[in-house]
Write a protein that binds this ligand. Structure first.
Ligand SMILES: NC(=O)c1ccc[n+]([C@@H]2O[C@H](COP(=O)([O-])OP(=O)(O)OC[C@H]3O[C@@H](n4cnc5c(N)ncnc54)[C@H](OP(=O)(O)O)[C@@H]3O)[C@@H](O)[C@H]2O)c1
Length: 317
């Protein structure tokens, strides 16, 4: 019973693989970057099978699925760069993964979708994730899809970006878009828990389950909590999206590890809020709040790590 995980050295991926290994499961981790794999999965390399695969390479990945019973598909991009597009990675890549799974006789498929994903979304990222899930629903064996809101935890990109920006902005801090965008931050541990439970919970088959934290928060409140967590005080300056857009456009082109793109800025217009939180309604869990000790991880950010991240796109955590 081998579980194949795509995107295994990613943020969600390495946390999930560690949990599966702790449960004594056989894991085949599909990765591309050896250095990132050592950094993220170094402690458990002897306990998992590591294979190299790019989900865009339809024929190359097929053999990786031999002997696999379950696929957990996480590989995706939130930012298009280096020729990798939402369509080739998120949509076509998912088609390749599903087809490889079907050919190999895989019997269970868990797809990590996204809150807001829809095949007709006006936002390219959400559209690619929606189309990917559309293909999963039509072709994947005994599938479950999970749709988290923004995920927080030690290696997250979104919330850590605010903590990193605080390292390089001494007096003032931008209240992005006036701080009005809505989120329901969900902890990585809760998403991992829902994912591993889904694998063996047949009542999740054929369902798209939305995952969120216990609170709906404005971006302004999120920024405030990040500041409190790292012990910073700044004058908050409202920064309308229209004003930020040109700066972000330049950052996107100049910084290899730009934390934001104009496409992601656009997404702030869409509330990232969950209607029926499956962590509560289906899994009967008590979701972790985006507050208190759960935000201690944000303090681990350093000035040099921030520069390494933004200037070299280094894996700093
Ligand atoms: N983070 C969130 O807040 C959030 C919220 C909702 C849903 N999700 C979903 O959760 C999943 C995991 O996201 P994450 O936050 O863990 O992102 P992440 O840290 O960026 O991980 C993405 C993983 O996908 C891999 N990948 C990217 N392109 C690939 C390709 N062409 N072939 C093979 N692997 C490829 C990456 O490997 P490389 O390092 O080699 O590129 C990485 O291991 C995604 O499907 C995402 O849409 C995330």
């Amino acid at each position: 019973m081998t579980i194949l995980v795509t995107g295994a050295n990613g943020y969600l991926g390495n946390n999930l693989v560690k949990r599966l290994v702790a449960q004594g499961r056989n894991v085949r981790a599909v990765v591309r970057d050896p250095d990132k794999t050592v950094k993220r999965l170094g402690g458990i390399v002897s306990k998992i099978e590591i294979v190299n695969g790019d989900v865009r390479e339809r024929e190359q990945i097929r053999p990786l699925f031999e002997g696999v019973s379950t696929v957990i598909h996480l590989a995706a991009i939130a930012i298009e760069k280096g020729g990798a597009t939402y369509d080739t990675v998120n949509h076509q890549g998912t088609i390749n993964v599903v087809d490889a799974a079907v050919s190999a006789g895989v019997t269970r498929f868990v797809n990590m979708s996204q809150n807001g994903a829809a095949p007709d979304s006006p936002y390219a990222f959400l559209r690619s994730k929606g189309r990917a899930q559309g293909y999963v629903a039509e072709h994947a064996p005994r599938w479950t899809a999970l749709r988290p809101s923004a995920i927080f935890g030690p290696q997250d990109e979104f919330f850590n970006t605010f903590a990193r920006l605080l390292k390089i902005t001494p007096i003032m801090f931008p209240l992005v878009g006036g701080g009005k965008a809505l989120f329901q931050p969900v902890s990585v541990e809760d998403v991992v828990e829902a994912t591993v439970r889904s694998v063996s919970d047949d009542s999740t088959i054929g369902k798209e389950l939305a995952l969120g934290g216990p609170e709906v928060l404005t971006l302004g409140e999120i920024e405030k909590r990040v500041m409190q967590a790292v012990g910073a005080r700044r004058v908050m300056i409202p920064a309308p999206i229209g004003l930020l857009r040109p700066a972000v456009w330049v950052m996107e082109r100049v910084l290899p590890g730009s934390p934001v793109t104009t496409g992601l800025l656009d997404l702030l217009a869409l509330p990232n809020v969950i209607e029926d939180n499956a962590l509560v309604s289906h899994f009967k869990m008590d979701p972790t709040p985006f507050s208190g000790r759960h935000l201690d991880y944000l303090r681990a950010n350093t000035f040099s790590g921030t520069l390494a991240k933004f200037l070299r796109d280094a894996t700093v955590n």
